[in-house]
Design a protein around this ligand. Sequence first.
Ligand code: ATR
Length: 274
Amino acid sequence: IDRYCVFGHPVTHSKSPAIHAAFAEQTGEAIEYTAIEAPLEDFAGAWRRFVAEGGRGANVTVPFKEEAFRLCDTLSLRARRAGAVNTLILGGNGLSNELKIYGDTTDGVGLVRDLKRHGVTLAGARLLVLGAGGAVRGVLEPLLAEEPASLLVANRTAAKAEALAADFRELGEIAGGGFDAVVGQFDAVINGTSASLAGDLPPLPEGLFAPEATAYDMMYGAEPTVFLRWAVEHGAQPVDGLGMLVEQAAESFFQWRGKCPDTGPVLKALRHSL
Ligand code: ATR
């Protein structure tokens, strides 16, 4: 049986094993998928042990995505741009028996697919992305590939948003700044800060949502985040990040097994379990 896992620290609450078990059942793939808490100081060792025990690939979550990136022999273009890897794939190149580590990041496609599933048209849209950490870096390329009219990255620390925007400048209409740079209206506002975790709301101007705008929080929970509650009060359609979680998992599954799971029923079951 081919083994896969998610590495994290902590990782006990990860929903990935349940998601991939559902995908495996649906597609008839005989795989085992577990959650492994890697030691903070030895992610590479945990990965090597897993491979020695028959591991074929893994998902990687907080705080190991950058370390996983450094471990790879080959990287997808989108992973290179993200500077992080959430999917490790073990494979040969057909020329030697040595197995190579291929790294990809599926978070961005996961977000884009979930936005589309919610009827959001990204082409020509005015997008606002809040935050400038690793989570945001990982989704900028796929968002820009949809050719929005503009993408503004706003962050508490303005310099980080400016630097991030500069890194992606050749891919589209992107600018960065502090929250005070948020002027005008947006068709979709994506919260990629970790402020929701602390129950904080980034300081945002009242009129930022265009009519029918979508407010997306990359976080999810049994209850809507502060950001989503605020967005509803200001007329936006709220969407949390549970769908992104399932979609990024589906893309990882596809990378490993070559089969596209049907995410709808898996998301529905997961929603009920929250
Ligand atoms: P992640 O991997 O989740 O992106 P990160 O790289 O630590 O984590 O980035 C966290 C992001 O959330 C940053 O953009 C951070 O803003 P700063 O760059 O100014 O630190 C943002 N963030 C965290 N707590 C926040 C809060 N209470 N209000 C607003 N932004 C916050």
